[in-house]
Design a protein around this ligand. Structure first.
Ligand SMILES: *Cc1c(COP(=O)(O)O)cnc(C)c1O
Length: 357
């Protein structure tokens, strides 16, 4: 039988674990990091040794390009512990594909798929005690890559640092949010980097979000950068509406991020026979259905919170409450439960989404 050689990944272990410092009943998002990280440098035209080392500081010169010109990208995914105590990475290949697409947009090389896959598998295997057991919990995994050439002129870097760190995340109830249709600021323009998970997109979103918060909202509902006429996303999540008896979400474009959660929910909704439309939703239509009661639900979808129910939408200063906000039996919660059932091993994974370590 033919065997495929697995890449060799040396491991330098941490002297002691920080597992016992963790308050497992109160896992604030991003508060703790696990003991080890995966790292790999790109230099001299190629990827150097992929390795696992203790979590710790990087040493970078102030002239490193990442500090100046924003060549920085990331991913966000999760490892789950099923009810049978098996651990898997959820939709690893889909996350890798997006990482590769993002890297291309930022002129960065990307680690080959087999190294990425095996590196993450080995890291999560080593950190398995960091994967929470309780339903709703998961190990959040953050691959990222930065430009490390030391030069002060704008250019495509010739060297990079790729790394993956992990953070245990608890089961948390996403508090229903008040969102504001953003009519002035833009997250992503046509031809821009909106579809890529590059760091600059998030820095630019902070100010409009802070302005919305000052007005009493939790989050902005982004509209297209051209005329602010069509809904795109909700904060750092894709957005879904239940209009009539149809699940509606804006179609992917170069200004909308191709969310893995969005894709998963669409698959699960179709399997349940729900009516689905991927089509543009104008602010005008949204205002109309909010006024006439033609809309029952709105929610954000993303890896961090899975589903985040929206309780009200503000359009040009007028707030409309949604009639159904994350109740049992709602579309949002039905789809979230269906996704969780697969991830926690309560129903068969018919789609091959769970990549067991
Ligand atoms: C990461 C992200 C999402 C959600 O993607 P998932 O793969 O579902 O986590 C949606 N919108 C933006 C802008 C994002 O950065």
């Amino acid at each position: 039988m033919e065997t495929v050689a697995l890449p060799y990944i040396p491991v330098r272990r941490a002297y002691e674990t920080r597992l016992y410092d963790v308050d497992w009943d109160n896992l604030e998002m991003g508060r703790y990091t696990s003991d080890h990280m995966l790292v790999c440098d790109f230099s001299d035209g190629g990827w150097q040794q992929l390795q696992i080392v203790p979590f710790g500081a990087f040493s970078l010169l102030p002239t490193s390009l990442v500090f100046h010109y924003g060549q920085a990208i990331f991913e966000g995914m999760k490892a789950f512990r099923t009810e049978n105590d098996a651990i898997h990475l959820f939709r690893l290949d889909k996350h890798y594909e997006r990482f590769a697409k993002t890297a291309e947009r930022l002129c960065m090389p990307v680690l080959p798929a087999d190294l990425f896959r095996e590196g993450l598998r080995r890291l999560v295997e080593l950190e398995q005690n960091w994967v929470p057991g309780q339903t709703g919990g998961a190990l959040y995994i953050r691959p990222f890559q930065i430009a490390t050439d030391t030069k002060l002129s704008v250019k495509v870097s010739d060297s990079y640092k790729f790394a993956v760190i992990c953070s245990p995340a608890g089961a948390y109830f996403a508090r229903p949010v008040r969102v504001k249709v953003e009519r002035e600021y833009t997250r992503a323009a046509r031809g821009g980097t909106g579809y890529a998970k590059c760091s600059g997109n998030y820095g630019g979103a902070l100010y409009p979000t802070a302005m919305a918060k000052a007005e009493g909202y939790d989050q902005v509902l982004w509209t297209d950068g051209r005329n602010h006429e069509y809904i795109e996303e909700s904060g750092m999540m894709n957005v879904f509406f239940v209009i009539g008896n149809t699940l509606v979400t804006p179609p992917l474009s170069d200004s909308i991020l191709d969310g893995v959660t969005r894709d998963s929910l669409l698959v699960l909704a179709a399997a349940r026979g729900m009516k689905i439309e991927e089509r543009p939703v104008s602010v005008k239509e949204l205002e109309h259905v909010l006024e006439t009661g033609g809309i029952s639900e709105a929610f954000g979808a993303g890896t961090a919170a899975v589903v985040s129910p929206i309780r009200s939408i503000g359009v040009d200063g007028r707030d409309y409450a949604l009639p159904i906000v994350g109740e049992k039996g709602s579309v949002a919660i039905t789809l979230k439960d269906a996704l969780d059932d697969i991830r926690y091993g309560r129903t068969p994974d018919r789609y091959g989404w769970n990549y067991f370590i």
